[in-house]
Design a protein around this ligand. Structure first.
Ligand SMILES: Nc1nc2c(ncn2[C@@H]2O[C@H](COP(=O)(O)OP(=O)(O)OP(=O)(O)O)[C@@H](O)[C@H]2O)c(=O)[nH]1
Ligand SMILES: [Mg+2]
Length: 283
């Protein structure tokens, strides 16, 4: 069951809400998610595999192309697609994106952010998508507030084919721990910096060592320019310290262990268009 939609629709928020665990990073800025992230919901009766995907865009850089490749991989193995739309987004644009997916599997249109909408607008959005050929079912939710996410889950379970569990029932995701550690650092960059900085930043975990009672993690924050490096570090190292402290707290919560986190900032001009760098940073 894979989630698709334009950037910022709330796909990652929805994945987290359905799994009941914060797996995917979230931000008010577009293009936060760069990978396909699977989350597993395990109960005695079933296992549902959900995929969050990057927001669908016209690629401008090789990084974007990689992001759209992970959307494509999600299209290839879905049993069911959730087409997520922000209730206040442009309807024609969202429709163009959904139609452009050329889905071969059933899809639900999921109208999100209904905690921030008038009854009149919701009615307009519902009737717009309700008549679309790709819309097998329409569910209106708030992923953030958890409104009707239980209803959505019920519909998903009813629609999914039965089968043997694919993954170990103890697992929560297919991505390695290091990936989530890097993402938690990247999430802080999305939170603290404006303009192009989050889009020129990658994070690479270079060391992950379990010692007694402590996990030692080293990570590099990669940017395009020296000026960006200076901004990330901040005056007297104020910003990098703030990133480190907050990311460490998140990572400690996630790993359930004390963490020693060391951060370095590196400049790699135009890494977003460099195949070797993209590969190195996990794209
Ligand atoms: N008010 C409101 N805000 C929401 C809701 N769901 C998500 N958001 C907010 O919308 C913003 C984008 O959420 P994300 O989950 O990062 O969106 P996304 O679709 O994964 O975005 P990309 O990864 O960039 O494609 C965040 O600020 C969320 O808090 C909702 O139901 N109501
Ligand atoms: Mg996302």
């Amino acid at each position: 069951m894979n989630i698709f939609g334009k950037p910022n629709a709330g796909k990652s928020t929805l994945l987290n809400a359905l799994i009941g665990e914060k797996l995917a990073i979230v931000s008010p800025k577009v293009q936060t998610t760069r990978h396909r992230i699977k989350g597993f919901l395990n109960t005695d009766e079933y296992q549902v595999i959900f995929s969050d995907t990057p927001g669908i865009i016209e690629p401008k850089y090789k990084l974007h192309e990689k992001m759209m490749q992970s959307v494509k991989s999600g299209l290839e193995d879905a049993d069911l697609a959730l087409l997520l739309v922000d209730v206040n987004d442009n309807l024609e644009e969202a429709d163009a994106v959904f139609s452009g997916l050329k889905l071969k599997v059933p899809s639900f249109v999921v109208v999100n952010k209904i905690d921030k909408v008038s009854a009149k607008r919701l009615e307009e959005v519902t009737s717009f998508f309700g008549s679309k050929k790709y819309c097998k079912k329409l569910v209106a939710i708030s992923a953030l507030k958890g409104l009707h996410t239980d209803v959505l889950l019920q519909h998903i379970i009813e629609a999914l084919p039965e089968g043997e569990p694919f993954y170990d029932s103890d697992d929560l995701t297919d991505m390695p721990t290091r990936f989530f550690v890097g993402e938690m650092i990247r999430e802080r960059v999305f939170e603290y910096f404006e303009d192009e900085i989050p889009y020129h930043t990658a994070v690479m975990v270079t060391e992950f060592k379990e010692k007694t009672g402590l996990i030692k993690i080293t990570a590099e924050i990669i940017v395009h320019r020296e000026t960006q490096k200076a901004i990330i570090i901040g005056e007297k190292g104020k910003m990098i310290k703030q990133i480190g402290t907050n990311a460490r707290q998140e990572i400690e919560k996630f790993l359930g262990s004390k963490v020693f986190l060391e951060l370095f900032v590196k400049v790699r001009p135009k890494w977003r268009d460099n195949d070797l760098h993209l590969k190195e940073y996990g794209y």
